[in-house]
Design a binder for this molecule. Structure first.
Ligand code: ATP
Ligand code: PRP
Ligand code: MG
Length: 208
C-alpha cells in the first residue's frame, strides 16, 4: 500500500490535477465525505486527509509514504528526516511580517504573534531584533488590532486579509510553495512505485 498525505482545502484542490496526471483519482471527495482515508482508482494507493501542519509528522514517522506540504509548514517542522524532492509550485504565497498600516518601527523588544514560532524566532534573531513570540493557532491578523502584538508573521497572497484588518506587509521572510515530501525508508523500500510517480510529477510540472 502507498499512502499519500494531503490537507483539505487549497492543497487538496491544487494537488488533484497533479495526481490525476499520474493517474491517481480519489474515489471519495473530502468536501462531501467525512472519511479520513480516501480510496483511489488503485487498490494499493490511498490518500489520507489531515491538517496541513500534521503532514510532515505523518510522513516522517512513515504513517504516510508521501505528503504534500507548504514550505512554511516544513521549515517550521524543521526535520532532517524528510526527503523533499519536488517543488510542486502550488499554493504559492509569501511568508511575511506585517504591522498596522503606517505604524512606526518599534525600537527595543517587539511582540510578534504567529503560528510559525520557530521560524519567527529565527527570523528576528537573524535581524538582531529582540522578539517575544506569542503562539497563536489562527486569526493572527487580529493580534495587533487588540494590543496583543506589534507584528505578525503569516502567509500573504493577495494581501486582502491584511488590508481588511488595517495591516500592511512589511518584510518578506520567504517565498512559499508546496513541496512533495517522501519518507526516507519508503523511498528505498517502495522505490518501484514511488520513483515513477516522482517522474510523472516532474513531467507534468515541466509542461506547465
Ligand atoms: P489549518 O486550516 O489546518 O489551520 P492551514 O490554514 O495552514 O491549516 P491551508 O490554509 O489549506 O491550511 O494552507 C495550506 C498551505 O497553503 C499553507 O501551509 C501555505 O503553504 C499555503 N497557503 C496558506 N494560505 C494561502 C493563501 N492565502 N494563498 C496561497 N497559499 C496559501
Ligand atoms: C490564509 C492566511 C491569511 C490569508 C492570506 O488564510 O492565514 O489569513 O490566507 O491570503 P490573502 O493575502 O490572499 O488574503 P486562509 O484563507 O487559509 O484562512 P484560515 O485562517 O482558515 O487558514
Ligand atoms: Mg489557512
Amino acid at each position: 500500500m502507498l499512502t499519500i498525505a494531503v490537507s483539505k482545502g487549497r492543497i487538496y484542490d491544487e494537488a488533484l490535477p497533479l495526481l490525476a496526471e499520474a493517474d491517481i483519482i480519489p474515489i471519495d471527495d473530502p468536501k462531501t465525505s467525512r472519511k479520513l482515508i480516501l480510496k483511489t482508482n488503485h487498490a494499493d494507493i490511498q490518500l489520507i486527509i489531515i491538517r496541513a501542519t500534521d503532514v510532515p509528522t505523518f510522513v516522517e514517522y512513515g504513517a504516510a509514504d508521501i505528503g504534500i506540504a507548504g514550505k512554511d509548514v516544513l521549515i517550521e517542522h524543521d526535520s532532517d528526516n524528510l526527503y523533499e524532492p519536488i517543488d510542486l509550485n502550488i499554493a504559492c504565497c509569501k511568508l511575511m511580517t506585517a504591522a498596522p498600516t503606517n505604524a512606526p518601527d518599534i525600537s527595543g523588544r517587539v511582540r510578534v504573534a504567529t503560528k510559525y514560532v520557530k521560524t519567527a524566532e529565527r527570523y528576528f534573531a537573524s535581524k538582531g531584533i529582540q522578539a517575544k513570540i506569542i503562539k497563536l493557532y489562527g486569526a493572527m491578523e487580529l493580534a495587533p488590532l487588540v494590543g496583543l502584538a506589534d507584528y505578525i508573521v503569516d502567509v500573504v497572497d493577495t494581501g486582502n486579509t491584511l488590508r481588511a484588518n488595517g495591516l500592511e506587509p512589511r518584510e518578506l521572510i520567504m517565498n512559499i510553495s508546496s513541496r512533495l515530501v517522501v519518507n526516507k525508508a519508503s523511498m528505498k523500500m517502495k522505490h518501484q512505485i514511488i520513483q515513477p510517480l516522482l517522474d510523472q510529477f516532474e513531467k507534468t510540472l515541466a509542461a506547465r
